[in-house]
Design a protein around this ligand. Structure first.
Ligand code: DGP
Ligand code: NA
Ligand code: NA
Length: 202
């Protein structure tokens, strides 16, 4: 049995990641696909992460937070590997790029790109990464929930960091055609779905 495929959908908040990964799962379900969302809040470390995100009084150093999100990916790494060995298609909703973008957005001295990348080293690389972006500057709070990172100023910085990561870090992935950028601005859910499908289908 051939190895399955690892398909990552990354993106800014409110670009429809969750909608699109769910639609993609539906479309692929005949081929035995599985959707895995990060952070996975059901694991032991995921529960800590959930506390951190939902309780702003829950204090953790930013370095520890970074390592926990990475550890959460490692907690699930073996089951992803197993699914791929079984020939399944694994769709990821967020992964290592979120790890870099959210930590780098905090602008903590010493937590540079190199530091941030280290703990995720060795995790399986996606066969295809689709980055959902938009042109809106998130100038209003519309659509934000109550969790820790959900404020206008921080989201702007996360967007800058995502763009930086994908333009600087991934020139290699772009050349090998494993990175696709989808700008969702003024597109309907169906249009974005079709664009994503055009990359997944081959
Ligand atoms: P979500 O359930 O997709 O809304 O993610 C929860 C929040 O956690 C969201 O604000 C994005 C953030 N996040 C996701 N992955 C990481 C990560 O690896 N590191 C950090 N610092 N934040 C992350
Ligand atoms: Na989401
Ligand atoms: Na969120």
């Amino acid at each position: 049995m051939g190895r399955g495929k690892l398909i990552l959908v990354e993106g800014l908040d409110r670009t429809g990641k969750t909608t699109q990964t769910t639609l993609l799962l539906k479309k692929l379900s005949s081929q035995d696909a599985k959707l895995i969302k990060f952070p996975d809040r059901t694991t032991p470390i995921g529960k800590l992460i959930d506390n951190y995100l939902t309780d702003k009084e829950f204090h953790l150093p930013d370095q520890a937070v970074h390592l926990l999100f990475s550890a959460n990916r490692w907690e699930v790494a073996d089951s992803i590997k197993q699914l791929l060995l079984e020939g399944k298609i694994v769709i990821l909703d967020r992964y290592v790029y979120s790890g870099i973008a959210y930590s780098a957005a905090k602008n903590i001295p010493g937590m540079d790109l190199k530091w941030c990348l280290q703990p995720d080293k060795g995790l399986l690389k996606p066969d295809l990464t689709i980055f959902l972006t938009n042109d809106n500057d998130n100038d209003d709070k519309k659509g934000f929930g109550e969790e820790r990172y959900e404020n206008v100023q921080f989201q702007k910085e996360v967007k800058n960091q995502f763009i930086k990561v994908f333009s600087e870090l991934d020139s290699i992935d772009k050349e090998s055609e494993t990175l696709k950028i989808v700008n969702v601005t003024n597109k309907s859910i169906i249009q974005v779905e079709e664009e994503i499908w055009s990359f997944v289908q081959p």
